[in-house]
Write a new protein. Structure first.
Length: 426
């Protein structure tokens, strides 16, 4: 909790300040672990040196209410109210809500300097253009073209969204490679660098790119479109730092064919567990690691490697695999895995296309697919796992687990009830 920020309650004038947790105040040593609800936290208010104590329960309540505001503090969200000057020495002020959730009264000259279009929109809607127009504030000009105004507002909000820092599971999540390296330097570790390295190693292990050499001495292949790559960062609930390379598929044309991978319905899962219970089948759950990279793309695209690729910066990479972010990656993976299942003699159910079944003589085996997540119902599920992991498939299956018997029982009873079948003893 230390160094985390949160919003205080709204004050009488509508403003709202942000505080930062600076210390834990315990009545006795170890109280935070044994009785956290009696612990108090010392919080620093805004940019001042003033501190106050806040109870644990109050702090938890505030943080829970403010999940959407757990971001940076320097971008405008909207103008909420305005206040006319009481005398000649005062200025017009507006109540600003920031992207962080804070609210403060600011002179309109300051807001005009930061986002004149947002201020002009508010002035237009509240008939304040004539009152705010002046030699230093061209409110009328900014509000004249409503289409341009709205476009600029959207651009400002988009820029704010892209650059505003986000916190997840107690860690600041970077927006790009440079921020990730800066955070490593500030925190005196290499967690984000290690996450990037792991992701890049996997990309090269799967031969995702065809390296055509440096752009200074080589040309991009004819007929290929240049797009971009960027890292997307995340912090898992267990504290793992994750970096994923995503292609800029928005720069390519949308195909006329379906671009989605199939997913099994909840009804399909219920059917599988119901049948598994009736036929004494074991039900296992797993997912395929880096599934999209198991399939090839037919999109003709390439990228110029950025600084995140180290010594390969500036190289021309032709994308060979169905990289995350490309518009057809989902359907390419679906085609790839469907071919594998058919080679294993599985066929899709007529009632549930993403519920695959195989005749074993006295019973059927089932595989329910949800993109890269698999639910396997079989008397010998390990045999199916072995085939998927062996050549020529070589899939990397992870998080393999056996569904608990009580889960199968509950789902089976639910399915029986849905089909009005009297349940037998489970």
């Amino acid at each position: 909790m230390l160094n985390r920020t949160f919003l205080l309650r709204e004050e009488t004038d509508g403003s709202r300040r942000r505080a930062q947790i600076t210390a834990v105040v315990e009545e006795f040593k170890g109280q935070l672990d044994s009785d956290p609800q009696r612990v108090k936290f010392k919080a620093k208010i805004g940019g001042s040196n003033f501190e106050e104590l806040i109870e644990y329960n109050d702090l938890m309540e505030l943080i829970e209410e403010q999940k959407e505001y757990d971001v940076g503090t320097w971008r405008f969200r909207e103008v909420l109210d305005h206040r006319a000057p009481k005398n000649k020495t005062e200025k017009w002020k507006v109540l600003i809500e920031w992207e962080s959730g804070e609210r403060s009264w600011e002179p309109i000259t300051n807001i005009y300097a930061g986002d004149k279009y947002m201020l002009a929109e508010y002035a237009r809607d509240h008939d304040l253009i004539d009152k705010w127009e002046g030699p230093r504030m061209k409110i009328r000009t900014a509000a004249k073209n409503s289409k341009t105004l709205l476009r600029m507002i959207r651009q400002a909000k988009l820029k704010s969204f892209r650059t505003t820092p986000v916190y997840k599971n107690g860690h600041k999540v970077p927006c790009n490679h440079q921020q990730a390296m800066d955070l490593d330097r500030i925190n005196n570790n290499t967690k984000w660098a290690d996450a990037e390295k792991l992701e890049k190693n996997q990309l090269f292990e799967y031969e995702t790119f065809d390296d055509r050499g440096h752009r200074s001495s080589n040309r991009a292949p004819d007929g290929y479109k240049k797009i971009n790559l960027h890292f997307v960062y995340d912090v898992k609930h267990d504290g793992r730092f994750k970096a994923r390379v995503v292609a800029g598929g928005h720069l390519t044309e949308t195909p006329v064919e379906s671009i989605y991978s199939g997913v099994v319905s909840l009804r399909g899962i219920r059917i599988v567990t119901f049948i598994a219970e009736l036929n004494n089948l074991k039900v296992w759950q797993t997912d395929i690691g880096n599934a999209y990279l198991e399939a090839y793309t037919n999109e003709k695209v390439y990228v110029i490697a950025g600084p995140e690729f180290g010594e390969l910066e500036g190289h021309i990479f032709v994308i060979r695999k169905a990289l995350y972010g490309l518009k057809t990656s989902s359907v390419r993976w679906h085609e790839r895995f469907s071919g594998v299942l058919r080679a294993m003699k599985f066929v899709p159910s007529h009632a549930e296309p993403n519920l695959w079944m195989r005749d074993m003589g006295d019973h059927y085996e089932y595989i329910a697919t949800y993109v890269d997540d698999l639910t396997i119902a079989s008397r010998n599920p390990q045999a199916i796992i072995d085939v998927l992991e062996a050549k020529p498939n070589n899939f990397s299956l992870r998080e393999l687990e056996k569904l608990m018997s009580y889960l199968v029982a509950i789902t089976s009873v639910t399915a029986m009830a849905a089909f009005a079948i009297p349940p037998r003893t489970i």
